[in-house]
Design a protein around this ligand. Structure first.
Ligand SMILES: *[C@@H]1O[C@H](CO)[C@@H](O)[C@H](O)[C@H]1NC(C)=O
Ligand SMILES: *[C@@H]1O[C@H](CO)[C@@H](O)[C@H](O)[C@H]1NC(C)=O
Length: 185
């Protein structure tokens, strides 16, 4: 009990002293992206488990659809930071849409945690756009890619699902780049 109180007090002292150094506008911004620089073990592990489960339950879909819906032949570090945020937001939008499709109960259970995590990330990216680059328009390169992704959404559900889940770690890697902002290159 005493230990808990001490911990709380320490947290409070730290917060107060940090509050003095960190400018106010960064403090009340809950959508800072640097928290995604280093993957959190239990989240990554949940995604991995989901991907394994998908492969085990739908091996055929995975074999038939070999394309990568997120494919691009350029380096995202060449884009501006707001462009990168938009790119990952679109990738996550598609990924979560696919994960929300009706599924067998066992898969539905496995996808719960990744879905919650990816939705949270998406909200943070949206919040970042709203506060940091509210009137940003995508570059031509990104617009073209976004259009292709939009077209890819029209492929059959099972293919979309297989492709999105197979490439989910690439999306998480893109998120890392976003989290490093200017330092990703
Ligand atoms: C910080 O909080 C104030 C008051 O709630 C709000 O008006 C402002 O937009 C916030 N700033 C950021 C960067 O979120
Ligand atoms: C996801 O994309 C769809 C289709 O492009 C769009 O209608 C929807 O508003 C997007 N959702 C979010 C949360 O951005």
């Amino acid at each position: 009990m005493l230990h808990l109180v001490l911990t709380l007090l320490l947290a409070l002292v730290l917060q107060t002293s940090l509050g003095a150094v960190i400018p106010h506008n960064t403090l009340n911004k809950s959508c800072y992206l640097s928290k995604y620089r280093f993957p959190v073990f239990h989240e990554t592990n949940a995604v991995l488990r989901m991907r394994e489960k998908f492969k085990a339950t739908k091996p055929l879909a995975d074999r038939k659809c070999t394309g990568n819906i997120f494919h691009r032949n350029w380096d995202m570090a060449k884009l501006s930071v707001p462009d990168r945020v938009m790119l990952v937001k679109a990738e996550l939008n598609l990924t979560t849409t696919v994960l929300e499709l009706p599924a067998a109960p066992s898969f539905a259970k496995t996808r719960q945690q990744p879905l919650a995590f990816l939705t949270q990330v998406q909200n943070d990216l949206q919040c970042w756009m709203d506060t940091e680059a509210p009137s940003h328009e995508p570059s031509e390169k990104l617009s073209r890619w976004l259009n292709n992704l939009q077209t890819a959404r029209e492929t059959t559900h099972s293919c979309l699902e297989a492709s999105a889940i197979r490439h989910i770690f690439e999306v998480l890697n893109d998120l890392r780049c976003v989290a490093f902002e200017e330092q990703c290159n």
